[in-house]
Design a protein around this ligand. Structure first.
Ligand SMILES: Cc1cc2nc3c(=O)[nH]c(=O)nc-3n(C[C@H](O)[C@H](O)[C@H](O)COP(=O)(O)OP(=O)(O)OC[C@H]3O[C@@H](n4cnc5c(N)ncnc54)[C@H](O)[C@@H]3O)c2cc1C
Length: 519
């Protein structure tokens, strides 16, 4: 589908294909409104593919007195665990307690008691030193006093976005990537008339009529619709290092307090890798430039490994990749970045509703509030109330017996009803994993064939994540990817060459370790 194929007018247009826009899109289509989503780059290209991938209550909101935010987040976590197994999975965490280092035992114990209370179940345990080392032998034993274990949850952020978008597309919605909303057009009396959308590669432009525009463009939101009450979006960058799990074989997520500034930093098992993050600093470059991790951020994250895992002797050379994203933080003042509020906000004017801020975890609440704000301009929902379910949907059955249960669960969570299509086309070899990852080859081919891939980075960084999980962006498997996908893509051999060069160049800019660190 291209811009030219779209209907002339819509009930609702959503700008922004991150988790917020995807949540609005899914809920609006479920309500029966004729809905179109436009994303200026690729789906999940913005912050929503570069998060820590936690579906969590956010323990640190407690220190800010934000019990409401924590309660909402914990409820959403519980809902997503129930509704999207295979896509959102429990993740066990440890908080080791070291002599002469934060946190103190009583403080952590109290925080975890409140956290568990909000989820309505006891979910944490204290372990002595030996017990903790049995659970996680990689921990540094020196000065270790014991620690806590509790449970949160983890997802694949980009796949969550894609699942919402493709489910809604199958339910009748339309979604275009690489299409920027460039202008909001109003009638003489101020009512919304529609928007101008541009295919950013062909340059083709089109006016599209709509009753409502929901601006879900995250950190970019004020470019389309400035906040009217004096608050301003403050882009705060967060970066991660990605290590191979064999260099730091953690079974649990682990939280430490950084020796420099006592901020909580996570080490998170993510498939066959470990994510180390994150930083929290003002992001000064222009938002449409490639977001990258600075050398200072990489050093800050390496210091946590030196402080807590000195025996592993991890250096910059061990990093597979870096990943940086920009938080859309709405603020009046200029507090320390980590003390800025993580709430979401909604503002509206004559058919234009902006929703920004919030978290991946609370996307459903953002969608609900945005659609409530849009109700004065929308017709009566054709299929019941919106915002009732932004779940990843019901799980299909009927997969080949040859697929082992863990893989079955993963595929059902990520692809929903499309999983049957994915496995039907797969040969036995396609069900094997790409070495060093948990991705099977059939996922790559499925995405190339039917998931609106325009460029190789869409395929390797967001449809599957091997570009972040293998050395040098997975350069060693590019030939195999071409052989597998060429029959289902409409790219010529020359186009494949161009795409591979473009991808490796982009990977260097956005995901390579910053210069000077490996020398
Ligand atoms: C480092 C980091 C770690 C995080 N970790 C977590 C976590 O573990 N758990 C959690 O719950 N939250 C986490 N968050 C927060 C969470 O990732 C964000 O709140 C969320 O992804 C924001 O989603 P969004 O859709 O609002 O924005 P985005 O994902 O940025 O999407 C906005 C989209 O709008 C598009 N766009 C912009 N302008 C236009 C236009 N004119 N036309 C069309 N499209 C346009 C952009 O290209 C972009 O894709 C983290 C954030 C960061 C930065």
């Amino acid at each position: 589908m291209t811009l030219a194929d779209l209907a002339d007018s819509w009930d609702l247009i959503v700008a922004g294909g991150g988790v917020t826009g995807a949540g609005v899109f899914q809920a609006a289509v479920a309500a029966g409104w004729r809905t179109l989503l436009l994303e200026q780059r690729d789906f999940a290209w913005g912050t929503s593919s570069r998060s820590s991938k936690l579906v969590h209550g956010g323990l640190r909101y407690l220190s800010q007195g934000r019990l409401d935010l924590m309660r909402d987040s914990v409820r959403e976590r519980e809902r997503m665990l129930r509704q999207a197994p295979g896509l959102v999975e429990p993740l066990d965490f440890l908080v080791p307690l070291y002599a002469h280092r934060p946190p103190q035992r009583w403080m952590m114990g109290a925080a975890l008691t409140v956290y568990a209370g909000l989820a309505g179940r006891r979910a944490h345990h204290h372990h002595g030193r030996d017990g903790l080392l049995t659970l996680e032998p990689t921990l540094n034993p020196e000065g270790l006093r014991g620690g806590y274990r509790f449970t949160d949850a983890q997802t694949d952020d980009a796949r969550l976005v894609l699942r919402l978008i493709f489910d809604a597309r199958r339910a009748g919605g339309s979604a275009l990537n690489y299409t920027r909303l460039t202008k909001v057009e109003r009638h003489g009396d101020g009512r919304l008339a529609g928007v101008v959308a541009r295919d950013v590669e062909s340059g083709a432009e089109r006016f599209l009529g709509t009753r409502v525009l929901i601006n879900a463009t995250g950190a970019w939101a004020e470019a389309l619709h400035p906040c009217p009450d004096g608050r301003r979006l403050r882009p705060l960058r967060g970066s991660h290092l990605i290590l191979p799990r064999r260099r730091l074989p953690l079974r649990f997520g682990v939280t430490f307090f950084h020796p420099d500034d006592r901020r909580a930093v996570f080490l998170l098992p993510w498939e066959e890798t470990i994510l180390v993050g994150t930083t929290d600093i003002d992001h000064l470059p222009e938002l449409n430039q490639v977001v990258r991790t600075s050398a200072a951020e990489a050093r800050y994250l390496l210091r946590i490994l030196e402080a807590y895992f000195p025996h592993c002797a991890i250096t910059a050379r061990d990093c597979l990749a870096t990943m940086a994203g920009v938080r859309p933080i709405l603020t009046r003042g200029r507090r320390a970045p980590s003390r800025e509020p993580r709430d979401h906000a909604v503002w509206r004017r004559d058919g234009v509703v902006t929703v920004t801020g919030g978290k991946l975890t609370t996307f459903r609440l953002l969608a609900r509030d945005a659609l409530r704000a849009a109700r004065p301009w929308l017709p009566v929902p054709r299929k019941g109330s919106p915002g009732g379910s932004c779940a990843a949907g019901s799980m299909p059955v009927g997969l080949p017996e040859a697929i082992p249960p863990a893989l079955r669960r993963r595929l059902q969570g990520r692809y929903g009803t499309a999983v049957e299509e994915l496995t039907r086309a797969a040969t036995a070899g396609d069900l094997e994993t790409i070495p060093g990852t948990r991705t099977i080859w059939a996922e790559v081919r499925h995405a190339a064939a039917g998931e609106q891939v325009r460029h190789l980075d869409d395929l390797l960084l967001r449809r599957v994540r091997v570009g972040l999980q293998l050395p040098q962006g997975g350069s060693a498997c590019l030939e195999a990817v071409e052989r597998l996908c060429a029959p289902v893509s409409n790219w010529s051999p020359e186009r494949w060459q161009t795409e591979k060069r473009r991808y490796l160049d982009l990977w260097q800019q956005a995901h390579a370790l910053p210069g000077g660190l490996t020398g």
